[in-house]
Design a protein around this ligand. Structure first.
Ligand code: ADP
Ligand code: ASP
Ligand code: MG
Length: 414
């Protein structure tokens, strides 16, 4: 007998028919003699709908109340899955975030999981009942509902698996594994049999939303065995493994893109020490994450421009903060562009190979795609481009690095 956590994403939970399909998969594991906890997402599109209501109610709203609203999507699906399981003879009950409880920080809308009290749920599972836990939600020490940031149900699943000391955490989604890039954009993307934590972390952090970045961090830290697989087929999935587990290391693991990007240019700032910190101070104080940064060479006047990116969802707040600090920073004007996209190439093999960046710049240049900013790390190169070229850039790079799957007509299986 094994203890397993099964996580089902929004597409897998979208409607009663799909929830019935999920219930059958859970039943299979129960019938095989396993102890099962299930973590569920809201139905596809539901969280967006709820976020939309909050924005419509007030552009700047209380994040604690936002959490009360958006956490409801998962409450619905957890109850529905418990009902559906019971209807096919599988004893089950839901455990809301505050009932377990899943304790989190009080950083509303981006809360971090602290500890999870598993005593009650373990006792119940031992009696043969499936535990159904809504993903994405938790509770603060003083009893307020929190959520973990978009895509956070993956992190709930890994955290529950760690707390339950589960033998594995299976992440069921609408593709049958982790691919060399988003198989919805590149049908020739190749499925990876396994991917290292380090590579998955980097891919997730630059936009491959198949796993939330924090879930990968947590799995790495807590040594949770994670597998990504399809809710709709029985194809083998992708294991996330330690580097030592002997996966064949390719030069490039994959390509990712992130459309949640906006570019801000602060023009006419004095080219003196300390000025960049004056720009970023108010952004940091407002918890706005600055990513790519380009400082232009000073013009003759002793003034320069600083360009950087922030998440598109934070652009309005960033502009507001910078406008409030105009006198303290001493800049000329602010410019914002929100139709940009970051495309990244990730691969552990990059550490020891020269010329990887050149291949990228050349491939994009040949297609007339202009690069607005560049950042690199040991195992990643990212470029900022106009959003309209996203799909073309991802395809061109996938081919340029020799990642196209030539063995099958189509890579994606949903
Ligand atoms: P869920 O609702 O199950 O959590 P998500 O939409 O969050 O699903 O994540 C799955 C999606 O991630 C896929 O439908 C796919 O479009 C996208 N994706 C992006 N990059 C990759 C990748 N490298 N491999 C697989 N899927 C990817
Ligand atoms: N429903 C939440 C979201 O859409 C959490 C998740 O699905 O992982 O972000
Ligand atoms: Mg997701």
């Amino acid at each position: 007998m094994a203890r397993i956590v099964m996580k089902f994403g929004g597409t897998s939970m979208a409607g009663i028919e799909r929830i019935r399909n999920v219930a059958q998969r859970v039943k299979r594991e129960v019938d095989a003699g396993n102890e099962v906890a299930v973590v569920v997402s809201a139905m596809a599109g539901e969280t967006d709908r709820l976020v939309g209501f909050c924005r419509e109610a007030a552009a700047l709203h209380d994040p604690a109340e936002y959490d009360v609203v958006v956490a409801s999507g998962e409450q619905v699906t957890s109850g529905l899955l418990a009902i559906t399981l019971q209807a096919i003879g599988v004893p089950a009950r839901s455990w809301l975030g505050w009932q377990l409880p899943i304790r989190t920080s009080d950083a509303h809308s981006t809360a971090r999981i602290g500890d999870i009290d598993t005593s009650a749920v373990l006792a119940d599972m031992a009696k043969g009942r499936v535990a159904v836990v809504p993903g994405f939600q938790g509770v603060t020490d003083d009893g307020r509902v929190t959520t973990l940031g978009r895509g956070g149900s993956d992190t709930s699943a890994v955290a529950v698996a760690a707390a339950l000391k589960a033998d594995r955490c299976d992440i069921y989604t609408d593709v049958d594994g982790v691919y060399t890039t988003d198989p919805r954009i590149v049908p020739k993307a190749k499925k990876l049999q396994s991917v290292t934590f380090e590579e998955m972390l980097e891919l997730a952090s630059v936009g491959a939303k198949v796993l939330q970045t924090r879930s990968v961090e947590l799995a790495m830290k807590e040594k949770v065995k994670v597998q990504v697989l399809s809710s709709f087929t029985d194809a083998p999935g992708t294991f996330v493994v330690d580097e030592e587990e002997g996966v064949e290391q390719e030069l490039i693991t994959g390509i990712a893109y992130n459309r949640n990007e906006a570019q801000v240019t602060v023009t006419g700032v004095p080219d003196t020490p300390g000025v960049v910190s004056r720009i970023f101070e108010p952004l940091s104080a407002a918890n706005i994450n600055v990513d790519m940064i380009v400082q232009n060479v000073a013009r003759e006047s002793g003034r320069t421009d600083v360009t950087f990116t922030v998440p598109r969802t934070e652009l309005a707040r960033a502009m507001d903060e910078l406008t409030k600090s105009k006198d303290a920073i001493g800049y000329g004007a602010l410019e914002a562009v929100d139709n940009v996209c970051k495309v990244s190439v990730v691969g552990v093999g990059m550490k020891s190979h020269a010329g990887v960046a050149l291949t990228m710049f050349k491939a994009l240049g040949d297609r007339g795609i202009n690069i607005k900013a560049i950042t690199t790390s040991e195992i990643k190169i990212s470029v900022l481009i106009a959003e309209e070229y996203t799909e073309l850039a991802v395809r061109v790079l996938h081919t340029a690095y020799g990642l196209d799957d030539t063995s099958e007509p189509a890579g994606a299986a949903a």
